[in-house]
Design a protein around this ligand. Sequence first.
Ligand SMILES: [Mg+2]
Length: 230
Amino acid sequence: MKDIKHIFFDLDHTLWDFEKNSSEALREIFVEMQLHDHIESVESFIATYQRINAKYWGLYNHGKVTKEKLRYVRFEDSLNEFKVSDASKKAILLGESYIQRSPHKTNLFPDAHETLQYLNDKYELHIITNGFTEVQYIKLDNCGLTPYFDLILCTEEVGVNKPNPLVFQTALSRTNANPSQSLMIGDNPETDIQGAQDCAMHTVLFNPHQHSHDVNSIEIQGLKELRNLL
Ligand SMILES: [Mg+2]
């Protein structure tokens, strides 16, 4: 790690606590749309949504579902699991409300700011995210993260998502970075870690919940650990 000059961070589930932020937004919308009339518990709705959302993001990452479809179909499928009437109509409202609300949530993983401040003194920091361009900038701004990063690359502007090598090649060329001097830090073994390794970059897997995986990478459970590595 001693030659590292550039550090590329993933955003969702790595710096921005997606699950916490998403749950907060869903709880508010659940009340607003009076979903308790149809669904017994908000917890089971959130758990169902998160499972279905993860499935659709897997498809989106590989270009197998469009952004427009992902935005409502994840809610439509969730509502259908609870046999809610008018699921498709409600899903559109839910999808709109969610995309308005969730990016304004500001829960980060512990020690995010302290760690970024520390790293920013020693390295050039960047973001590579598969998230939607219009919401990722809101998240970064509202959390006060924008000033840490030189390049913020939302993959929509590349036209393909991580793990497609074109994403990492674009990020490397825009930052004038050599892959051997570059480190990718992210939570997704496939899109962040395998994708970056395929482009000869170093990697750190952020794995706070210690999920099993089959990539070979340095691994951390908390952002603070980066201070021992870098
Ligand atoms: Mg992520």
